[in-house]
Write a protein that binds this ligand. Structure first.
Ligand SMILES: [Zn+2]
Length: 375
């Protein structure tokens, strides 16, 4: 169960004047905000949509966070501002154009395990460009722990690098669904908020065979042959049991994505994919599977650990990899990612290997699938 109202509309008013019409509104997205646990602590993964309804451009001067516990006592307070304590969000998006909206990625995203995150109070400060008018807006967020319902194992075996996951800087988290072309196409959420790009690597962490390229521009220096990538053709395993909801494996492994394809298929950015419905509100997403590799059909029941496809590189894919994600729906337009925890895997920490009964993985982790004995 996870009913909650974790966001509130707030109105930005000129200082001290409550009779003015709303100038800027702030909304926290998604509607359900979750705390994800890891060895490093607690992680929040949500954004703010700031909408400037005024006829002047506004500068975002500051964002401040106050954290309160169950008793309403202050547990933590921190801020970013445009002067002494800057953040990427205040340098990359310092202004909101008149009559427009912007996404503002929550810069307070990771907390120690013992910080009580009952209520998070955010205060935004803005000014006009000439610094003559100052404004504030506030919003409260009440995140909840999310317990993954489905028993999940990692969907790829071998030495696997989480090339990009869903940490604060990951490209999955920073998908800007407020861009006009996505809004026009009906995308209302970040469907890849909790995504992982799984890549099979060697002892050096490289994802391709042969000599290490000296060119720092890894994308230009990439091998041209798909077979040179360790991931290409590697089996994809059902992370959890369920029923196959969607299958597409007809697209070439050409690492190309045409946004026009989204008109016919809202999942087309993945090129080829399989979606498994876990029949509990959770869906597993397997993106960029190899052309013609699906071993399953829509409606078919699968067991955890079944081989369902092979890794490919169709769609919006720089090189062969598996995009895996747990989501709350099988589509993309109004679907959100969910935190996922995997059972029975190994963390490869240099000469040390740590067995994990149940845990989270994220960008930069090197892991291996440990046979759980379940078939
Ligand atoms: Zn991905």
């Amino acid at each position: 169960m996870f009913f909650l109202f974790s966001f509130f509309l707030a109105f930005l008013l000129p200082n001290g004047d409550n009779n003015q019409a709303a100038v800027v509104t702030v909304v926290a997205k998604p509607a359900n905000i979750y705390i994800e646990r890891s060895d490093a602590g607690q992680h929040l993964n949500f954004d703010f949509i700031l909408k400037n309804q005024s006829d002047e451009k506004l500068i975002i001067n500051k964002v401040e966070l106050s954290v309160y516990d169950e008793a309403g006592k202050l547990a933590r307070r921190e801020f970013y501002d445009e002067y002494g304590r800057n953040s990427l969000e205040l340098t990359a998006t310092p202004k909101i154009e008149k009559q427009s909206q912007t996404i503002f990625y929550n810069p307070f995203h990771t907390f120690a395990a013992d910080v009580p995150l009952k209520k998070l109070h955010y205060e935004f400060s803005f000014s006009s460009e000439d610094r003559k008018r100052y404004f504030k807006t506030e919003i409260d967020v009440a995140p909840l722990f999310y317990e993954t319902k489905t028993d999940l194992i990692l969907p790829v075996r071998g030495r696997v690098l989480i090339w990009d996951g869903h940490d604060y800087n990951s490209h999955h988290r920073r998908f800007d669904y407020t861009q006009e072309n996505f809004v026009k196409s009906g995308y209302k959420t970040n469907f890849q908020r909790y995504g992982y790009d799984f890549v099979i690597v060697d002892e050096q962490g490289l994802n391709y065979k042969g000599e290490r390229r000296v060119n720092d521009d890894w994308y230009q220096a990439r091998p041209d042959k798909m077979e040179d990538y360790y991931s290409f053709g590697a089996p994809v395993y059902a992370a959890g049991a369920g029923r196959v909801a969607f299958v597409q494996d007809g697209k070439a492994d050409d690492r190309k994505f045409n946004p026009a394809d989204l008109a016919a298929d809202e999942r087309a950015y993945a090129g080829n994919y399989i979606v498994i419905d876990h029949l509990n509100g959770e869906f597993s997403w397997f993106g960029h599977i190899k052309q013609g590799s699906s071993r399953v059909k829509v409606g078919q029941t699968v067991k955890q650990g079944d081989v369902i496809a092979a890794i490919g590189a169709a769609g919006s894919s720089l090189f062969p990899h598996l995009h895996y994600e747990l989501r709350n729906g099988g589509g993309a337009k109004e679907v959100e990612g969910l935190p996922s925890y995997f059972t029975n895997f190994k963390r490869l920490l240099g000469s040390r290997t740590v067995n994990v009964k149940k845990g989270q993985v994220d960008t930069g982790d090197i892991v291996d699938w440990q046979d759980s004995g379940k078939k």
